[in-house]
Design a protein around this ligand. Structure first.
Ligand SMILES: Cc1cc2nc3c(=O)[nH]c(=O)nc-3n(C[C@H](O)[C@H](O)[C@H](O)COP(=O)(O)O)c2cc1C
Length: 196
């Protein structure tokens, strides 16, 4: 197989998180979302558990997500005393700033043959495939792990059970323009080579 390695290096290194304030408001064609999901399905998976699950919200579906996540937030936080009006308002309105939002789930296999961290690792490999495919098509996206991500009460809405995990939301939109610069600390801080 021949790949253009220079292009792939550039794709990986130029991938950036692009936020809804930098989306035009135009709708991303569904065939691109389908390609993103197809590539996500080719993530590596220990014991072939393929634990990634996706719920795609678009069109009026974004309003459905907004209504659910805001009411779930209100119900849970009023009970535990952490309710914040501005967060509630944001959960009610933010989804409509994206073209599509993909809720990201991790489904435990019946036998729980792997530790949870391995299954979460596989899901986030799939998320990287979503990110890179979006970048290749010139589409913006970012991963959010805020809002109701960690709410136990949110899981069932996304088809998840108590042993499963809601892993966040990928917000997707047509980017307005230039890609933001990326910053990383030097690789040397994070790598050890052993040659002898
Ligand atoms: C596991 C994970 C969770 C993240 N959660 C959030 C989040 O809740 N809100 C947010 O604005 N960005 C979130 N991000 C995006 C990061 O902020 C972003 O990747 C980081 O700033 C590096 O920028 P880049 O993606 O453009 O290289 C998350 C990224 C990862 C990998």
């Amino acid at each position: 197989m021949n790949f253009n390695v220079e292009e792939i290096n550039q794709l990986i290194r130029s991938r950036r998180s692009i936020y809804p304030k930098d989306y035009t408001g135009a709708t991303v064609p569904n065939f691109i979302i389908e390609q993103m999901l197809e590539n996500a399905n080719w993530a590596p998976t220990h014991k072939q558990t393929e634990p990634w699950r996706f719920v795609v919200f678009s069109g009026d579906g974004l309003k459905t997500l907004a209504a659910f996540q805001s009411s779930c937030y209100k119900e849970v936080t009023e009970r535990n005393g952490s309710f914040k009006e501005d967060r509630y308002q944001a959960l009610q309105t933010k989804p409509m700033e994206s073209s599509h939002i993909i809720a990201l789930g991790m489904k435990r296999d019946a036998g729980k043959r792997l530790p949870e961290w391995e299954e979460l690792g596989a899901v986030f490999c799939a998320v990287q495939n979503l990110y890179l495919t979006a970048t290749a098509y010139g589409i913006g996206c970012y991963l959010s792990t805020g809002g109701i991500t960690n709410f136990e009460e949110a899981k069932s809405f996304f088809g998840l059970e108590s042993d499963d995990k809601l892993c966040g939301f990928l917000h997707i939109g047509m980017p307005k323009g230039t890609t933001p610069d990326g910053r990383r600390r030097p690789l040397q801080e994070k790598v050890t080579w052993v040659n002898h």
